[in-house]
Design a protein around this ligand. Sequence first.
Ligand code: NAI
Ligand code: 15L
Length: 280
Amino acid sequence: MTIPQKPVLLTGASGNLGRALARELAAAGWTLRLTDITPFPDALPPRAQFVKCDLNESLAVVRQAEGCGAILHFGGVSVERPYEEVLGPNLRGLYHIYEAARREGARVIFASSNHSIGFHERPSGNQPKIDVDCDFRPDGYYGLSKAYGELMGRMYWDKHGVENVNLRIGSCFPKPIDARMLATWLSYADLIRLCQAAVTAPKTGHAVIWAASANPRTFWGQDHRDRIGWAPQDTSEDYAAEVGGILSGDPVIERYQGGAYTAIEYSRSAPSPRDAFSLE
Ligand code: NAI
Ligand code: 15L
């Protein structure tokens, strides 16, 4: 695997995925700038430096990105929260990241989420799967911020030529923990290989990728993975017997791809029978 010539900035380095990326990319020989609003909890990997920085502070973000060839943007609010909490890190912070990338001519790899499209129904039987050019159907303020992030990438590529790869991550955890995750699970190893491919691909333009392992029960179809030469190697099916029977019992959660996030403060009348919401 190619080693990037310039340092790579990793935001959200102290988070669950950031720590795994920092460890594995450094082990692969990459030079990393790590940043987060909370201290880095592990021993600093070789060639890495850590600087505490709030994504809300534009100058600090610009300084962090100086000399970097790519930004792995994993920092910010990572679950559903009230609008006012999401606004700073995920909207304003993202703007700071894109302005820094524009200055540096750097590529942005954005940790987007399935919650940007969470109100698409889960496909049943032979129903077609959605492709990455489907409508955004965010399932809350968090998912809305991820849709905004992907659109910001669209605009910065069209207007400024800033390349960006938007990873529409399903559920990236050590292993799937319920039936939904048999569709959405992304293994840590597949995430690391995906980020390596997204940073080192010769050209990406504005790309969107379903970031999930090779799960036969997937909700998702076509994307731009061929542009970066990535294919997942792991599968959730190894856990099907263990977690396949774990369901929520909530009709809203089980109907939509975003699962539990769709039911947070849900105030429509209960979505049953299935055709009650036929007006899209
Ligand atoms: P996490 O919550 O463990 O990590 C996020 C990090 O961002 C934290 O270390 C936090 O301190 C940092 N952060 C929050 N506000 C900040 C601010 N104002 N300035 C600087 N840093 C700030 O989340 P996790 O699971 O590691 O996810 C990483 C990224 O991947 C997030 O953007 C999340 O939305 C995205 N993602 C993760 C999925 C998963 O299954 N783990 C699924 C879909 C998307
Ligand atoms: C996400 O976007 C979250 O960051 C993560 O904590 C999980 O909730 C994941 O989606 C999921 O949908 O399972």
